[in-house]
Design a protein around this ligand. Sequence first.
Ligand SMILES: [Zn+2]
Length: 351
Amino acid sequence: MPKKLRNRNENFVAVDVGGTKIMAVVGTSGGTIVGRSRCSTPRDGDVKEVFHAIELAVGAAIKRAGLGAQDVAAIAVGIPGVVDYENGRILKTPNMPLTQAPLTEFLRERFGVPIVLDNDCNLGALGEAWMGAGRHAHSLFGIFVGTGIGSGFVQKRKLWRGARYAAGEIGHMVMGIGGPKCGCGNSGCLEAYASRTAVEREIREAVARGEATVLNELLGRDLSVIRSRALRAALDAKDALVTRVLEQVGHFLGAACLSVRHLLDPQRIILGGGVMEACGDFLMPRIRAALDADQMRSATDADELCPSRLGDYAVVVGGIALAARLCGPNPLKKYPDAELRILRSSGSSRG
Ligand SMILES: [Zn+2]
């Protein structure tokens, strides 16, 4: 853990830097969101543009909370990649241009407060452990399926980060030897089969082979970006191609959850992220079927597999917990029964 700081201020900023959007909130150590803001992640943007978008989102959230930077005790940022949490360094971001980018220095200079970085899915799991689907659980493994696939492991209210901060990279667990190339450079990773990026690739390849899909109408024949809600709409329209591709996603996620069970035996496996939010009712039964078919275990516990409860807010809730921890006691221990509250006055969710 980075050096502990003393600060009586109880407002913390948490940022979720995602592949498609950046969300910043101001929250208290008791779990109340008092300011929030959201913007698109600059697509194909360079480091400067992404930094600028993060700066704007943080500034807008603080403003909407009716505060200034001097009222904030610390800022926590969730990054989609491997992060040296002790030293605030981004080591590798396979799906974004932030590898080795000096975000800690940049934000400290702009806002003049302590900055702490962590892997976004670590924070998502921590958020679910505090106020989400994993509260009061002995241990939980959170898997987040979006542009990429990440995960975090929390046991006894603490994150397991590994010896080199790279634990929980389930997206890069090899599911198929010699399989498709992954954004990380390796082949056959879970992410290369079951992320939204993999789904986009499968769909584009099938369309190039001449397969029909309702997505062509929905997206005006531009399949360069296929968001989760377009996949949802295609499922609702009983689109054969999208249904088939998502069936495969379900199989791969099911197999991954089965491996998690055998490796760690967490009390809960929690599934979240944009793809799960949009298509969870289609995917969850398929994932559960993989656990139910496990020959090593007779039955799946009723609450062993569950959807994220915090949805879009999982990462920032974990971020608030991390920032609060930097300045005081672990809020998961101090406020174990905290409920997420989002004040109406915290502002519109887009900005
Ligand atoms: Zn990979």
